[in-house]
Design a protein around this ligand. Sequence first.
Ligand code: DHE
Length: 575
Amino acid sequence: MGSAALFLGLLAAPLAAQEKPADHADGPAAAYEPSMTTLGEIKVEIPGLRPDDPVMTQDEFQKATTIYFERCAGCHGVLRKGATGKPLTTDITRENGYDYLQSFITYGSPAGMPNWGTSGDFTDEDVDLMARYLLLEPPAPPEWGMPEMMASWKVLVKPEDRPKEKMNAIDIDNLMSVTLRDAGQIALIDGGTYEIHAVIDTGYAVHISRISASGRYLFVIGRDGLVNMIDLWMEKPDTVASIKIGIEARSIETSKFEGWEDKLAIAGAYWPPQYVIMDGETLEPKKIVSTRGMIYDEQTYHPEPRVASILSSHFKPEFIVNVKETGKILFVDYTDLKNLKVTEIEAERFLHDGGFDSTKRYFLVAANQRGKIAVVDTKEDKLTALVETGGQTPHPGRGANFMHPVYGPVWATSHLGDESVALIGTDPEGHADQAWKIVDSFYALGGGSLFIKTHPNSTHLYVDAPLNPDAEISASVAVFDISAMGGDPDVDPEFTTLPIAEWAGIPDGQPRVVQPEFNKEGTEVWFSVWNAKDKESAIVIVDDKTLELKQVIKDPRLITPTGKFNVLNTRDDVY
Ligand code: DHE
């Protein structure tokens, strides 16, 4: 890395961490902790009070539970057994006592606990309520097994009543499924004409889309665990089946191995901690598997290990399921669900997001708490390497694969906690010395990056920074010229800054630019200009060759656009 950039990085980080407790607004990583908003809606009963329990009414208990699930459970766990945050079980909280809790919630701690009171996020009454709440036993949120799934399952159009051939003139491969997060919808936007073909209702705070191997069915998952299966062959694409697979969920995928195309779908839940394998044409739930169990290294029990990313192997009939808190990567063989075979890889914690290398044989996933990337071989079902990235909290999305002029094939990740981009060599045959090592690391715009992207037909690498606290940085994107990258680790490659939000011409709010995604040819790159729900948002399209603005898509229906999933690129894992 260049020395000027390193100097700035050193100046920025430790001071903020040592001088005052973390504020949610200070650190992008803190702002990105999960919020269990759907769990926050559930009705809970106040547990039987013990003689020395603080007094609390049912209404207060309900309110505190909602606050806890929305603001605290992401770090401290639904059952308060701890995750990125410390455990808050009653043996600990009662030992510490009310005054300690009250002050801790008010002022936070340098270790990462936000200063909920002094930041103004909580009123004095809220702080008092939460301090009392933590002295009581936590409520047990409901499970979500087969009876609940079956009751929620709907086949709106039976397979036999669906079109036998494509009934529309849409270039499906070039369709973009765009998450409209706060509207609970997706927009299907044409990658060639930019026309919005459909806006479809989906789950609450809808998260990601994935596509079946044939490209016909689009699967969308909401944070409330609602899965929508959309038939892109219909005259006007729409939902043909849906199911709620849990109470809090983030991931969905479909079977891609030869002979298994469109046969199965899989979704992973945060609560209850489980994954479910479903019929790929109807979403009928076939098999639910709990992920509760031992943490890979300590071998101690974790009651709620969340399912993070799920990918579909191209080498075997297997799903790759990443279990966050136990740090395990599961290769789930889907050929025989009655006699399920699961290969369990000890990887690292907390597993989050990742993607394949360019050959699709190796899968690279962020173990963000440990600043590492775990690499697994999907042909041999083995851990290949654990690579320390040198940055704080790697967050690759699915990452970016390209041919580095000096180091050959590499996969790149950016970071949530700092401005660095790390390149990992991915060619054990042709570049054995560099394989599964950081071959270069350099700075992009700033910390708070979530996604990095390129395309085999592009010579550019795009890095966003939507969670950067600086409005100008979060509204821009950095572009690197891959062909100009050199082999001197002391010389940072230069980048161009594209003022994407400014190009969108949105007068109100503080829109963030998030998730670059290419069209099917790899000639244009799309960015979401993600504004507040009640403000105008947009999609900005840039010409990849010239880096000039090509198009701005604005429409009152484009409420809080975030992720964009090109059908061809998502189906074939091109990134
Ligand atoms: Fe995501 C992917 C979890 C917040 C946009 N996000 C993922 C994946 C996981 C995850 C596990 C990988 C899915 C896979 O590949 O199967 N996301 C979480 C969270 O737990 C978190 C941090 C907080 C929460 O409460 O949900 C979170 N995510 C967000 C956002 O706030 C983002 C920026 C906006 C939004 O729409 O919610 C967001 N996440 C995305 C996107 C992807 C994603 C666009 C897919 C990227 C890709 O290229 O595949």
